[in-house]
Design a binder for this molecule. Structure first.
Ligand code: J76
Length: 283
């Protein structure tokens, strides 16, 4: 199937905000490719599944075991940060971000990563069997690394989670979540005019919304001729696990007739959308 042929990125993303020495919170989410599978609010003791298939092929017993590891980790992490802040006289507020996970490639090949950012800057990573400072990290990070690397038990747990558990769990999710992961949602498309770019000029706007998955092709065309002046916006989330994209073209008012917006997407199965400027009263 498609989802098994491509590489998939699985990420645990954590944000810990330390307002002062007594106010802090940690929230996290897990993403498989474009889809959120889990969430973990500060208020909750356990990681929640946001998809019915989010336990993958793990047994309840394995799941409970992982929940315990994460619970211990979250409280130990909070304590560690407060201790380091004291030891290094770091100032509040502090923001810590953790990004860890694995990318599973076809043929059971996988890569993993675990990075930590402090005040938005990457400061350390777990590499191979130990923690390492990031290339441009401040000097005090060396001391943090030294302390962290003394905990052999934690290093072994991290290696086990990244090397063994992560790819196993992802392979299970690819099975249990297959139909969600392979879903195809067709976009809607419409045209509008944007703010005039200058006297005698029009800004043609082609909106494409509600599609899944993310890869999308959209161009202004005249017949078969792709208009090189097409400006693609950023792909934005609609918030319902579909995406939005717009493409604009600045044209002389007299040249708008005959232009069209062409949309190609996997959900359209080769039947491109073509919307003509000037139809239905526009232009
Ligand atoms: C993202 C997954 C990481 C999983 C790690 C799980 C292991 C764990 O929870 N270790 C903590 C408890 O360790 C004790 O108990 C273990 C068994 O449960 C073992 O026996 C172990 O040997 C024993 O020590 C341990 O306290 C860790 O230190 C938790 C936090 C790890 C961590 O990420 N620390 C961290 C990271 C970044 C600390 C500081 C920074 C940057 C600081 C920036 C300046 C404020």
């Amino acid at each position: 199937s498609d989802v098994l042929r491509r590489s998939v990125l699985f990420r645990y993303l954590q944000i810990s905000s330390f307002t002062n020495s007594s106010w802090m919170r940690t929230d996290a989410l897990i993403l498989l490719g474009e889809l959120q599978t889990h969430s973990w609010s500060n208020a909750s003791d356990t990681v929640s599944c946001v998809k019915p298939w989010a336990q993958g092929t793990f047994s309840s017993q394995q799941w409970v075991h992982l929940q315990n590891i994460f619970r211990v980790f979250r409280s130990s992490f909070t304590r560690d940060i407060q201790e380091f802040a004291k030891m290094l006289s770091l100032e509040y507020p502090m923001e810590l971000q953790l990004s860890g996970g694995c990318e599973v490639h076809p043929g059971n090949i996988s890569e993993h990563f675990l990075h930590v950012a402090y005040q938005g800057e990457h400061i350390l990573s777990f590499q191979g069997t130990a923690w390492e400072p990031a290339p441009q990290a401040p000097h005090w990070v060396d001391l943090v690394i030294k302390v962290l690397n003394q905990d052999k038990g934690t290093r072994e747990t991290v290696q086990w989670l990244l090397n063994d558990i992560c790819p196993q769990f992802v392979n299970g999710l690819l099975e249990t979540g297959k139909s969600d992961l392979e879903k195809q949602v067709k976009p809607k498309a419409w045209l509008s005019s944007g703010p005039s770019p200058g006297p005698g000029h029009l800004l043609l706007v082609c909106h494409v919304s509600g599609f899944y998955p993310k890869p999308m092709w959209v161009m202004w065309v005249r017949g078969d001729q792709e208009q090189q002046g097409t400006q693609r916006g950023d792909i934005l989330p609609n918030g319902d696990e579909t995406w939005y994209l717009r493409a604009t073209l600045d044209v002389a008012a007299g040249e708008a007739a005959g232009l069209a917006c062409r949309v190609k997407h996997s959900s359209l199965g080769g039947q491109d959308f073509v919307l003509y400027w000037g139809e239905k009263g526009l232009g």
